[in-house]
Design a protein around this ligand. Structure first.
Ligand SMILES: [Zn+2]
Ligand SMILES: [Zn+2]
Length: 604
């Protein structure tokens, strides 16, 4: 089937706006119950883990006597359809904790027993069960009324999953499914999954010679010349955006002693994610974040209210100790580079700085065609600071979002323990939502490091630090846009912007001068000087998704002209070289979304 991306984007936006997410989650979670009932029918001794709703679907974890096969999934799915047709109501019952444990023990459900035993006292003295048909499951609730309310669904895959994510606990079998309100929506989702497979950045990265991964350095990309060209184009844009906004670039060391991490709180709260090294008679950590080091720069001088705001950009590499078993290509790497921003400002400048951050997010995403959305993450249950502080901090962020006009939703309780934050999301050409930037006004680090500045009245005040990165990490962003554009990057990002193709060897010299003119204009051009047929070279450039190919033959060489053809198929002949170079330079400088990619599914 074919699908218009705009349509997908609209649907996803509508789903987010209309508050149907909760209903969908209830239906998906109900699907997990129905799946568990089907599994128990086939494997009466199955031990049940948990079965939550997740984005686009649901899963359930089981301890089973043997590995599941694709045929099992079909059978489970068939049994789910039987239940759906039988219109069974979900019925709630309650039991005391002791009765629940006794019952679950009797039924041979050790994982459920553990869940009940581990429930905090605040959950109350009783627990609830939900029954449909002959299947009963321990559950807090949040279901549809009847199995007939289950929408269109499909079981997708199985995976191993440790109980409670703990490698020392039993490995369970997880079954993933997807569920939607209509067949149409289900079909669309399945199409998206199929399309996502085709666009897999690990595959495209190799095919387009951008980057590869090697077991010698797990979870870290090796950037090839073309991948690095893409990186530099992204970096240049980010630097331009920061420069115009009054940022100054700094660079701080990777290897930093333990004492700094103790002061910053990373040693106590983030050590598990750090590579800790023995540095002769000291213990050091590879930095997972830049902020504490930039604070050292701030503290090298007495600062006055007139020095603020001070805006720092930092593009140095960060290290985070992700489990190396996690293989998600660019989406989860252990060495990453952010377009990191830290603003030291006065409290009365926070509003302006948040305003600036939101506008920079918009500016930086604009050439990609991304429309940012926000979530305002508010006070969590465990937090520092008075209610007054939170009231004010949340109101300030909300006001800035309102003022900016950025569409946003609330994420109650999602804030950090020391401050609320704004999380920025974008949606790609497949309608997948990606969390990108987080903007946070931080009152905590300045206190930990006892930062100050001399105020207008001669006294000392504490500055605020505002943290954000707009791409997030370059690695992850490259993964996202490689899939978003299916590798057919717009001109300004294309690793090779123009491929010059001489018709015969005698045109090589002129081809070189065309390349030279383009390079002189700051453009990335190559000559395909191999003794292949012209058509074969064009086909290859097309496969490599080079936006502009330029054929040069006798007539072009004599006239000082070129015959360009675009990736999208349009071509022209005898364009004066100067004119061509000026045109391409203009489009590159304005970061136009040009030319539109040949793939119907891509946004560019
Ligand atoms: Zn439930
Ligand atoms: Zn920071």
């Amino acid at each position: 089937m074919t699908m218009d991306d705009d349509e997908i984007a609209r649907d996803a936006a509508a789903a987010l706006a209309s508050g149907t997410e909760d209903d969908l989650a209830a239906m998906r979670h109900s699907a997990a119950h129905i799946m568990a009932a089907a599994v128990v029918e086939i494997f009466p001794d199955a031990k049940l883990g948990i079965g939550p709703a997740i984005k686009d679907g649901f899963y359930y974890d089981f301890d089973l006597p043997r590995p599941l096969t694709p045929a099992d999934l079909e059978q489970i799915e068939a049994k789910m359809r039987e239940q759906q047709a039988a219109d069974l109501r979900f019925e709630r019952s309650e039991a005391s904790r002791a009765d629940a444990v006794a019952r679950l023990e009797r039924e041979g459900q050790p994982f459920k027993v553990e869940i009940v035993n581990d429930l905090p006292a605040s959950e109350g003295e009783t627990v609830s069960f939900y029954r449909h048909g002959s299947f009963t499951d321990l559950c807090r609730g949040g279901h549809v009324t009847s199995t007939a309310d289950l929408g269109a669904f499909k079981l997708l895959s199985t995976a191993g999953a440790y109980w409670r994510g703990d490698e020392t606990r039993p490995m369970l079998q997880r079954i993933y499914g997807t569920a939607w309100n209509s067949d149409d929506e289900l079909d669309r989702h399945l199409w998206r999954l199929e399309e996502a497979k085709k666009r897999d950045h690990r595959k495209l990265g190799r095919e387009l010679d951008l980057f590869t991964f090697h077991p010698e350095s797990p979870a870290a990309p090796f950037l090839h010349p073309r991948g690095m060209a893409l990186w530099r184009a992204l970096e240049e844009w980010s630097r331009q955006v920061r420069r115009e906004a009054g940022f100054h670039e700094v660079r701080t060391p990777s290897l930093v002693r333990r004492e700094l991490w103790e002061t910053s709180g990373h040693w106590a709260n983030y050590q598990d994610n750090m590579f800790v090294l023995d540095d002769y008679d000291h213990v050091s950590g590879l930095k997972p974040m830049n902020c504490p080091q930039e604070i050292l720069i701030y503290r090298t001088r007495a600062r006055s209210y007139r020095d603020l705001p001070m805006r720092f950009a930092d593009y140095s590499t960060l290290f985070r100790k992700e489990r190396s078993g996690v293989l998600a290509g660019m989406f989860r790497v252990r060495q990453l580079t952010q377009d990191d921003s830290h603003v030291f400002c006065r409290d009365d400048q926070v509003d302006d700085e948040i305003r600036l951050a939101l506008s920079l997010v918009r500016t930086q995403y604009a050439p990609f065609g991304f429309e940012p959305r926000a979530k305002l993450a508010t006070r969590p249950e465990t937090r520092l600071g008075s209610d007054e502080f939170w009231e004010r901090a949340e109101a300030r962020l909300r006001e800035r979002l309102e003022e900016d006009g950025m569409s946003y939703t609330l994420d109650p309780g999602g804030g950090a323990f020391y401050a609320p934050k704004v999380d920025i999301f974008i949606e790609d050409a497949l309608g997948r939502e990606w969390q990108m930037a987080t903007i946070q006004a931080d009152y905590q680090l300045p206190q930990r490091f006892d930062l100050e500045y001399r105020a207008a009245d001669g006294g000392f005040e504490r500055p605020v630090v505002i943290h954000y990165a707009i791409y997030g990490s370059f690695e992850r962003f490259i993964g996202i846009i490689t899939e978003h554009y299916t590798g057919a990057f717009p001109l300004w990002l294309a690793p090779v912007q123009v491929m010059v193709v001489p018709i015969a060897d005698r045109h090589l010299e002129y081809a070189e001068s065309v390349r030279g003119a383009l390079a002189g204009a700051g453009l990335r051009a190559e000559v395909d000087g191999r003794s292949e047929r012209m058509q074969a070279k064009l086909r290859e450039a097309q496969e490599q998704k080079v936006p502009v190919m330029v054929v040069v033959g006798d007539r072009d060489a004599e006239a000082g002209a070129v015959s360009p053809r675009l990736r999208t198929g349009e071509s022209s002949q005898g364009v004066p070289l100067d004119e061509f170079v000026a045109d391409i330079r203009g489009r590159n400088a304005s970061r136009e979304l040009w030319p539109v990619a040949p793939e119907g599914g891509s946004a560019a």
